[in-house]
Design a protein around this ligand. Sequence first.
Ligand code: PGA
Length: 249
Amino acid sequence: MRNPIVAGNWKMNGSASFAAKMSQQVNVFAAGLNVEVVLSPPSVYLSQVQQAAESYSTAAQNVHFAASGAFTGEMSVSMLQDLGCEYVLVGHSERREMFAENEQFVAKKVAAVVGASLQPILCIGETLEQRHSGQAFDVVKQQLLSAISGLELTAGQLVIAYEPIWAIGTGETATPEQAQEIHSYIRGVLAEQVSAEMADKTRILYGGSVNAETASQLFSQPDIDGGLVGGASLKIEDFKNICSAAANR
Ligand code: PGA
């Protein structure tokens, strides 16, 4: 059985007092809950949120693949190790689109994260146009394989977030059937291209307008192992309900 994950991606939202309040409240509700709760605050609050962690883990929203050097504004995997941070979001569609991160760039980041024994949460997903033209399966397969090719991955080390771009921040969640179809396909690609053990142990999260109403049905699908939650992770009651839905699936 794969232990579900619910990761809250705050994106560029919050403040020091918000971070303090969320950390404290998540510590309370996540204790004893049968789900791995992960908080991904802006990097400036990562140390604060990590230090307060009692019953959750943390994820960086970004990392650079180089070990050190002249990369103004960036941080390295060893800096994340210093903090005790376990996960890193890689390949989020906002970074691919707005910060021009291409597949080669994403692959280098995944390699750096894996090389440091951290866990990448690799985000993949198609645009609405690609879905309508029947390319959704090919797009996610290409994004997945280009990101992990040539890597020695321990089964379970990689976490994948399927995030259809048309569902991110739009209020339009994929139906449980649409999401399950792609999740099962992704697991099949892992089985075929990597190993059966890898396919079995990889947690595949759904992301894209997950909310307290849609979470239960999504998480009850056999290949959906939790969620990557943006907007709803900023509201404590909603986030709590989403985490409970993953625990009770
Ligand atoms: P959303 O964001 O839940 O606000 O759609 C999800 C994400 O981008 O990870």
